[in-house]
Design a protein around this ligand. Structure first.
Ligand code: PHE
Ligand code: ZN
Ligand code: ZN
Ligand code: ZN
Length: 296
């Protein structure tokens, strides 16, 4: 009832939003089962001011990080690699982030429990990345300062088989001098290791990708752990220049099914996934043998 009603609009991500009956509120982002049409119908009653209280559509639930590490290698110089295992609620999340998760699992299985390495390798499959980097942030903050210092570096893999793929390596040295600054000391060397493998062994050109805080490296960087990783693009559009060097379709998103129901098994560029899985394995193996270029 206009004027008196307390109207609840369920929504996945937005906090409380003020709305005016009879006007469409652009802050209102329909999600989680309420369509835009429903939202407009709800709002277009008359011109009365009301407050729309947006609450999470989803239930509270417990989620988990899955962590596994080698039984060999120095415990005080750990090479860490992670991928988020959860997906956006809109779809099955095969590119985002089945690709990163499965490549990481394959690398762990190939490495085995007791490889002949100098530095311990710790794998993490993060929970609840899509709800604000929850699992990885919790993990980093659950460590003591000493335990954080024992992590030599962190490698992140979130979306590495986008169907209209770009080849992005996190920009550890901030070579373009724009956007987010450089990563913690040592991140430039990690970037160079990925670029070297992809460009010189695989033969595919790469571009830098800012540490813009959108994936699970966020808390590692925040506490000063050198970081790096790979990314093939999300909702951003491939340019003409990028299509010329990488193939694919200019003017289309790197992943047109990003956070949608169509992020299914068809939504993977298997060549990109294969190349990036190889680069992942190479860089993890390299630092399992030595991190001297990062921390002396
Ligand atoms: N973290 C984003 C997601 O899971 C994807 C992303 C990764 C965006 C890396 C930018 C950079 O939806
Ligand atoms: Zn996502
Ligand atoms: Zn993701
Ligand atoms: Zn760079």
């Amino acid at each position: 009832e206009a004027g008196a009603a307390a109207l609840l609009v369920y929504n996945n991500e937005e906090g409380p939003v003020n709305g005016t009956l009879g006007e469409k509120n652009d802050d209102y982002v329909p999600a989680g089962g309420i369509s835009q049409a429903d939202g407009e119908a709800l709002i277009a009653l008359d011109g009365t001011e009301i407050t729309l209280e947006l609450r999470s559509f989803m239930e509270d639930r417990t989620t988990y990080n899955v962590i596994a590490e080698t039984q060999t290698g120095r415990k005080d110089n750990v090479v860490m690699a992670g991928a988020h295992l959860d997906s956006d609620p809109a779809g099955p999340g095969i590119n985002d982030n089945g690709t990163g998760s499965v490549a990481l699992l394959e690398t762990a299985l190939a490495l085995g429990a007791e490889p002949d390495i100098n530095n311990r390798v710790r794998f993490a499959w993060w929970g609840a990345e899509e709800f604000g980097l929850v699992g990885s942030t919790y993990y980093v903050n659950s460590l003591s300062f000493e335990q954080q210092l024992d992590i030599a570096l962190y490698l992140n893999f979130d979306m590495i088989g986008s169907p209209n793929a770009g080849y992005f390596v996190y920009d550890g040295d901030d070579s373009d001098g724009e956007g987010a600054g450089p990563g913690p000391y040592g991140s430039a060397q990690i970037e160079a290791a990925f670029v070297d493998y992809l460009e010189n062994t695989v033969g595919v050109p790469t571009e830098g990708r800012d540490f813009d805080g959108r994936s699970d490296y966020g808390e590692f960087i925040a506490v000063g752990i050198p970081s790096g990783g790979l990314f093939t693009g999300a909702e951003g559009e491939k340019t003409e220049e990028q299509a010329a060097k990488w193939g694919g379709v200019a003017g289309e998103a790197f992943d047109p099914c990003y956070h949608q129901a169509c992020d299914n098994l068809g939504n993977v560029d298997r060549v990109a996934l294969d190349r990036n899985a190889d680069a992942m394995a190479y860089v993890i193996g390299k630092y399992a043998l030595s991190t001297e270029e990062i921390n002396g």
